[in-house]
Design a protein around this ligand. Structure first.
Ligand code: ADP
Length: 487
């Protein structure tokens, strides 16, 4: 299939989170399955700086003018390759729109022009495909920034011939950013008034671009099967649950993959000792080194429990804070790594001050330390209130660290909770409520299993055998593309 990705972020050029990781990895995995994949993304200042740091610059391919709805803006099309692949990335360049301090910096001269920026981006892609002579089968767009593409295709804006038979797939990575703007911005989209109705982009008197993507794409996905179900409820739907219920016939969830080369305990250069599912001895060394680094007693029999997270309410940190006193009572050693809301940073610093021999709070962003923590811990806590997919639990599973998770979203899809009778398949521990007592009890019961070395090892090995590769995800996207094309 000829597939194009339209995305506001691509790792390693410019990213703020999971969207960039997915769009940096999935195209490569699809290409390995034999598809022709081309990625389109804005040429932000961050991307320019990425090339500049390497003394490189992308190749200029074409200059053109993008015209719509009374607008006319110049566009330069630049070309590079996704690193370690032969997947082309085309950058849509226009310094007025994209040469700004932050990727999502939508304010210039006090005027918020996010709608215009990403309208230009989507229209630029359609023109670029025409100029490149691409024959597109599937347009895969992501989050609100490229949600207009399925709408444009539906409206008949299909380039000269590039999109004649193209189907559209729309992936929601973060339902909470919907591209909602004042209704007066509708004119900037250059769409027929048909699309201004409540059956299209209108949303409580505003326009909502994500809503348009959901309605007009041939298939809609999100990043885990459980989250795909949850977002159809008022609790998780961020106001779009009704629209998602209406379109559930074309909605599915596909788990993100992880970089299994970067996160491989047998070859991880950041660990004091490598280890594997068959030989876990190195993991004991990692644990000892981590305890030493944290200033904890290295001979203690107590479990070593960790949490690595952005410090935001989504991550269930109130639940965790409520469980800390009881966990400390059991003698557990606890490590926290993260940054974010001052309220949480202060609370973790206070917990460390109160129990310095058992609690360590590393308030920083440190990816290498994250590797050491995940390798050296017995248990990794993820009590998230909601979690579209989640990565840390998958890293933990690969490193024989048993996750303790709130069974929501991707956490429910990747961790099989141990219940005393399913040691053959279980990979961690889980709970449902938001009561700190349940997190505490589940963690305590989990830690108790360490006393039964055979069961513990079995659970570790079950998790280490799980397949979280991008190849696995790519095969599922292939099926969604086929459904979108009706083949
Ligand atoms: P989210 O994308 O919502 O933050 P995920 O679990 O999907 O949550 O991904 C978080 C990623 O960021 C993981 O790779 C995690 O290890 C990493 N991470 C988060 N905070 C830190 C930190 N302070 N230091 C290092 N890595 C971090």
């Amino acid at each position: 299939m000829n597939i194009i990705f339209a995305t506001a972020e691509v790792s390693p050029f410019a990213k703020t989170g999971g969207l960039g990781d997915v769009c940096g990895a999935l195209p490569k995995a699809l290409a390995k399955l034999g598809h022709d994949v081309v990625v389109f993304t804005p040429y932000y200042r961050q991307a320019r700086e990425w090339f500049a740091r390497r003394g490189e610059s992308p190749e200029a391919v074409a200059d053109m003018s993008i015209r719509w709805a009374g607008w006319s803006s110049p566009m330069t099309l630049l070309r590079a390759m996704l690193p370690d692949s032969d997947v082309p990335v085309y950058f849509i360049a226009n310094d007025y729109f994209f040469d700004r301090d932050g990727i999502y910096d939508g304010t210039l001269d006090f005027h918020d022009d996010q709608v215009e920026r990403y309208t230009f981006f989507c229209r630029g892609i359609i023109s670029a495909c025409g100029s490149l002579g691409l024959n597109v089968d599937v347009v895969h767009s992501h989050d609100w920034h490229s949600a207009l593409l399925p709408v444009y295709l539906h409206s008949g804006l299909r380039g000269d011939s590039s999109f004649q038979r193209a189907a559209s797939v729309y992936t929601i990575h973060n339902l909470n950013y919907q591209g909602r703007y004042g209704f007066e911005r509708f004119r900037a989209l250059g769409l027929h008034s048909f699309y201004s109705s409540q059956h299209a982009l209108e949303y409580f008197g505003d326009i909502n671009l994500m809503k348009g993507g959901i309605i007009f794409a041939d298939q809609v996905t999100t990043v885990s099967p459980t989250y795909a179900r949850e977002i159809q409820t008022a609790e998780f739907g961020a106001g779009l649950d009704g629209i998602l219920r209406q379109h559930s016939y074309k909605l599915s969830g596909i788990l993100n993959g992880i970089d299994i080369d970067e996160w491989d305990p047998e070859t991880d250069p950041h660990l004091p000792s490598p280890f594997s599912a068959v030989d876990l001895k190195g993991k004991a060394n990692c644990k000892k080194a981590l305890r030493k680094e944290a200033g904890f007693d290295t001979r203690s029999k107590a479990p070593l429990i960790s949490l690595i997270s952005r410090f935001v309410p989504q991550k269930g940190l109130e639940i965790f804070l409520g469980a800390i006193p009881s966990l400390l009572q059991t003698g557990s050693q606890i490590i926290v790594l993260g940054t974010g809301d001052a309220h949480y940073e202060d609370a973790f610093r206070a917990a460390e001050a109160a129990a310095p021999k058992q609690f360590r709070s590393w308030i920083k962003f440190d990816p290498v330390l994250a590797h050491r923590i995940i390798a050296g811990s017995d248990l990794l806590l993820m009590p998230s209130l909601y979690e579209p997919c989640g990565l840390n639990q998958m890293y933990a599973l690969r490193y024989g660290t048993l996750p303790v998770v709130r069974l929501t979203g991707g956490l429910a899809d990747t961790v099989i909770p141990y219940d005393g009778s399913n040691a053959g398949v279980a990979t961690g521990f889980g709970f449902h409520s938001t009561d700190p007592r349940d997190l505490y009890l589940t963690t305590w019961l989990g830690a108790m299993q360490m006393k039964d070395a055979a069961v513990w090892r079995q659970l570790q090995q079950n998790g280490m055998a799980a397949d979280f590769s991008w190849e696995h995800s790519a095969r599922e996207y292939e099926r969604v593309y086929s459904r979108a094309l009706g083949v």
